[in-house]
Every structure is written in C-alpha cells, then in structure tokens.
Design a protein around this ligand. Structure first.
Ligand SMILES: [Zn+2]
Length: 188
C-alpha cells in the first residue's frame, strides 16, 4: 500500500472510531489526526525508499538491516510495543499514533504479499481468503477513493469538523499563550 492510501485509510478508520466513541481520548482533534498520520507511516520505517524512510535521517537503513522489509515492524508484537510506549504518555496524539500503526498493519495485511502478523514467533503470513489487492493497482486506487468518501461522511454527517476546528483554535491559543509567556519572561 502506498503512503497516501495508508494515511487516508488510517484517517477514515480513525474518524469512524471518533464518531462512535463518546470518550474524549478519541475526539477527532488536530493532534489525534496528526497522530494517526504519523502512526500510519511508521511501520514502513523498515524501507529506506519509502516516503517516511527517505525522511528518517538514516534510521530506516538501520531498521531495514535489523528487521528486513515488511518484517517485524508489520507484526502485532511491534504494534503492542508501540502502543505500550504510547500509553506511557497517553494523549490524543499518542492514541492516534497507536491507531494509525494498527491500521497500517491491517492495510498491508489485505495486500497479496500480506504481513508476518505473528513475528517473532512465526514467519507465517496469513492471507485473507475473500479479498486481497496488489500494490499500486486499480484495487488500491479504489480503496483510496472509498476511504476518502468514508472520511467525508464521518467528518460532515457525524460533525467531526466541530471538535477538529475547536482544537485548531485551542492549539493556536496555547501557542499564542506560550509566545506571550516567553516574551514577558525575557523582555518585560
Ligand atoms: Zn507497510
């Protein structure tokens, strides 16, 4: 799956969770969406040529040497480790990272080459019997556009634009407050 498809399917699934969860941790804020976007890119750090790999300052080369492409970073164990770290710093943002990471693994699981879900215990790549797609195929393009429609549905019909736009204002307020604090501490 291409990085854009990962981001869009991640955001669509994350919007679905936000729309059905009453709890505040899953509120569809800017930081939640940013977390999902980052999380949906992280598993491909095992590929130096991927979108995120090219921007990883060499980290992807090390990870690809250690784990190989579509290896451990695409397993449920890797997701558990990432989620455990996220839970140490629980926030809207880290919950987004954990969800985005999981959605990436699910997205690649449905591809023809699948993922080694049970690494390091087994190299077995379970294949979905009913549906699988080839990378960069018409099927993947279709998934991308369906995900865009699903995202728009949740964003508008379930009014996710409300917490989203509200969070932009509060974040701007926080940044503005910080700037005022710094200026008053150093210059006043
Ligand atoms: Zn991947």
């Amino acid at each position: 799956m291409m990085y854009k498809t990962h981001i869009i399917t991640g955001l669509a699934a994350g919007a679905g969770i936000a729309a059905t969860q009453a709890s505040g941790s899953f509120a569809f804020t800017v930081t939640y969406a940013a977390g999902i976007t980052l999380g949906s890119l992280l598993p491909d750090l095992d590929q130096p040529k991927s979108f995120v790999g090219q921007r990883s300052l060499g980290l992807a080369k090390i990870i690809s040497k250690l784990f190989g492409h579509r290896g451990f970073t695409h397993s449920l164990m890797a997701w558990c480790i990432v989620t455990a770290i996220c839970l140490l710093f629980t926030s809207n943002f880290t919950i987004g990272i954990s969800l985005g990471y999981l959605f990436h693994i699910v997205g690649d699981f449905f591809s023809v080459s699948s993922v080694p879900l049970f690494k390091p215990f087994s190299n077995f790549r379970p294949r979905n019997m009913w549906f699988s797609y080839k990378n960069e195929s018409l099927a993947e393009e279709s998934i991308k556009y369906i995900a865009i429609l699903i995202f728009i549905y949740f964003f508008i019909v379930h009014e996710l634009y409300k917490p989203f736009s509200f969070s932009i204002i509060t974040n701007l307020k926080d940044v503005f407050g910080m700037i005022v604090n710094v200026i008053s501490a150093y210059f006043l």
